[in-house]
Write a protein that binds this ligand. Structure first.
Ligand SMILES: [Mn+2]
Length: 385
């Protein structure tokens, strides 16, 4: 059991600053009282999640939503709160200039503007001490013939190369893909294969980010994870769950079995070792549920799936596989999935001096009531801010 607890104790889950604000969904953002008004308050809320779970010590920023005059000061503030700043997420999808694309736009000036933003994000990484730059492009076309698909790939490659060359030795580029939306006919980075091809051409510090909500229904995501890990190109996860499209719901909510299967492949590929370079991030928004508890639940869901993956009897599984014992191998796998790991995780938290029930401990703390009282006035930071 010690190997299981060692891995669970070393696991880090990064929180997205935007999960704490009144942030994006497709239909309407229902405002909640007491949400952060600036990046400092987002960091403070993220620190609450870490305080009660003990496994979420970093918070990812989104530029420009988290723009501030002094990133070193924000990093110091985070440290005082017991957390650190993590991945810098770029945004080349909100500006009106990007209607026909950002780095793949047919207009050279708009491409330059988008690339400048990505370079600015690297400048910010230098100040925050962040390792990773995450790139997601909304670029694509809605109609056949609208633009040259192949030339758009060339434009993308050129922008990525410019940004890659600007990275420091310790910094990485995470290229995220998404099947569709907002472009409907041809998205410029629609799948892992396209992301893989671009990162392979760039070099070893360019890797792929798998957002679990960015695939077609029925896609075998753990297969993608296994292939990318084997190629040394799995850089990060954006965890969330989906029923239909890019729903951004809490990870493990829609399909906890899928999350278990994914984490088993991560384990199988060495991605849960203490020195892993895979960034395990949440990318979600909480539109009808309270935000801090939504993040606590999500972190716990990842922990539970990880614990179950660790409980798979690998020796028994290998023996059954080698013997061609189809049902036996499947039974070994399902035994682990069907184990209730909540007592194990409660013990683990107690051993670290944490409350065994993070959700209850947060709710008892009075923090939720306090932020509603304190955070009056100002503008709520969030989608579109
Ligand atoms: Mn994402």
């Amino acid at each position: 059991m010690s190997r299981v607890t060692d891995v669970l104790n070393s696991q880090h889950i990064e929180l997205p600053s935007w999960a704490f604000a009144n942030s994006g969904t497709r239909f309407k953002v229902f405002p909640q009282a007491g949400v952060p008004r600036d990046p400092y308050e987002k960091v403070a809320d993220a620190a609450q999640v870490h305080k009660y779970t003990g496994v979420a010590p970093t918070v990812a920023l989104h530029i420009p939503w988290d723009k501030t005059d002094d990133y070193a000061d924000l990093a110091r503030y985070a440290k005082d709160q017991g957390v650190a700043l993590g991945t810098i997420n770029s945004n080349v999808f909100q500006d009106n200039d990007y209607m026909l694309g950002s780095v793949t736009n047919p207009d050279q000036q708009i491409r330059r503007k988008a690339t400048e933003h990505l370079l600015e994000c690297v400048d910010i990484m230098d100040q925050t001490g962040s390792r990773d730059l995450k790139l997601w492009f909304s670029d694509g076309i809605n109609y056949p013939g609208q633009d040259d698909i192949r030339e758009r790939q060339d434009r993308l490659a050129e922008a990525l190369k410019t940004v890659y060359e600007r990275l420091g030795d310790h910094q990485r580029m995470l290229l995220e893909y998404k099947l569709f939306e907002p472009a409907f006919y041809a998205t410029d980075v629609p799948d892992w294969g396209t992301a893989y091809a671009h990162t392979l051409a760039l070099g070893e510090r360019a890797v792929v980010c798998v957002d679990t909500g960015h695939h077609a229904p029925g896609t075998n995501i753990e297969m993608i994870v296994a292939v990318l890990l084997r190629a040394g190109k799995l850089g990060a996860f954006d965890f969330n769950s989906r029923f239909y499209a890019d729903d951004d719901l809490m990870v493990g909510a829609a399909d906890p079995f899928q999350l278990f299967r994914i984490l088993f492949e991560v384990l199988r590929g060495g991605g849960l070792e203490a020195d892993t370079e895979i960034a395990f991030m949440l990318d979600q928004c909480h539109n009808i549920e309270p935000k801090i508890p939504g993040q606590i639940r999500s972190v716990m869901n990842v922990q539970e799936a990880t614990a179950k993956a660790l409980l798979v009897d690998r020796d028994a599984l290998a023996a059954a596989q080698k013997a061609g014992d189809v049902l036996g191998a499947n039974a070994v796998f399902m035994d682990a999935y069907n184990t209730d790991v909540r007592p194990l995780l409660a013990d683990l938290r107690a051993d670290k001096g944490l409350d065994p029930d993070p959700m209850a401990a947060y709710q008892r703390s009075g923090y939720a009531e306090q932020i509603v009282k304190d955070r009056v006035g100002g503008t709520q930071a969030g989608w579109g801010a």
